[in-house]
Design a protein around this ligand. Structure first.
Ligand code: AMP
Ligand code: MG
Length: 321
């Protein structure tokens, strides 16, 4: 009876609190080359504004580190100078990138920049074109992660033609920083979507934040809906950035085996408590067979994955089975 009484009091308190929490939303357009949405439940508009300040300042800080298409970013300067005393934020992220390359057996390789850049230039050109096979092969000779060394706060790229591209892990990495900073400030029910990279704290109304994974053949249809609570759901998709030549689509996730956009899947979504790993793995899994992927995934407890093939077949693993 006593237990029931206390349970009732706790339930009353919870509903009382949630009565005073309202939903707020906003968008950011200036960071990570994508639209970023931020939704959550807050006690007041000033609390929401306080959370927005944390979100925007963090996005700004990390975009200024990772954006290689801005020559003043820290990573662009490192690519140019090859030896640089870097911020602790970039040092830690590079350290993670090197670990991720090893754990994914090279399928997510931040040192693939010279190859990825050729595809990026081809896509961004006024008249998109296909990069020359020979140029891709030459660039591929300069993608060895062992040419990137981190010693006492200094990053050193020993191959003059190697460049780093952290696009495969940057958003997931920032998700973890955002989660830490926001929870430390007491925010406990919110959702940030960075162009297919979802980070959720709390579970909305108790049922989780609903996230749709796009259907392969219809950009307005959803192939899978996943409920996300207190975790990340990060998707690598062939429909996110691409150009078309003679009716064929060429997207932005490049296989280090073929040096071409990978054609095995239209999307791979990873649900995992660590955003940086979820992001690295979404890219890596996109580039390899399901069998190889499952072998690598065995290292990650509690992880869930959904692969969708161009034919619309769906394969599930672990927590998303
Ligand atoms: P994501 O959307 O997380 O799969 O990341 C894709 C981005 O990562 C691309 O836009 C490139 O900047 C970069 N990238 C492409 N292919 C690879 C690869 N095989 N390994 C690492 N990064 C890659
Ligand atoms: Mg990724």
């Amino acid at each position: 009876m006593r237990k029931l009484f206390f349970t009732l009091i706790i339930l009353c308190c919870l509903s009382f609190t949630s009565c005073y929490e309202q939903k707020y939303s906003t968008h950011y357009f200036d960071y990570f080359d994508t639209v970023i949405s931020f939704d959550g439940y807050f006690a007041s508009s000033s609390e929401f504004n306080r959370a927005c300040e944390i979100v925007e300042s963090t996005l700004k800080e990390y975009d200024a580190i990772f954006d290689i298409h801005d020559e003043s970013s820290e990573l662009a300067i490192l690519n140019e100078e090859k030896t640089l005393a870097v911020s602790s934020a970039l040092f830690d992220a590079l350290n993670f990138g090197i670990k991720a390359e090893k754990a994914t057996e090279g399928y997510c390789n931040i040192a693939l920049g010279s190859v990825v850049t050729l595809w990026h230039e081809a896509r961004m050109s006024k008249e998109p074109y296909l990069p020359e096979i020979e140029a891709l092969a030459v660039a591929a000779k300069h993608t060895d992660i062992n040419s990137v060394q981190l010693i006492n706060g200094t990053a050193n790229i020993t191959d003059e033609n190697l460049s780093l591209d952290m696009g495969a892990i940057a958003k997931g990495y920032v998700s973890d920083i955002l989660r830490d900073r926001l929870t430390q400030e007491g925010f406990d029910n919110l959702y940030i979507n960075m162009g297919g990279n979802v980070m959720a704290i709390g579970s909305k109304d108790g049922n989780g934040w609903a996230v749709g994974i796009q259907s392969p053949d219809n950009e307005y249809a959803i192939a899978e809906a996943v409920s996300v609570s207190d975790t990340n759901l990060i998707t690598s998709g062939s429909y996110q950035r691409y150009f078309e030549i003679n009716g064929k689509k060429y997207h932005h996730i490049i296989s280090s085996d073929t040096l071409q956009p990978s054609e095995l899947y239209t999307s791979v979504s990873v649900m995992y408590e660590n955003g940086a790993w979820a992001d690295a793995l979404s890219t890596a899994l996109f580039n390899m067979s399901i069998e190889d992927g499952e072998r690598i995934l065995a290292q990650f407890d509690g992880i869930g994955v959904i692969w969708i093939t161009p034919e619309g077949e769906i394969h599930r693993y672990g927590a998303l089975k």
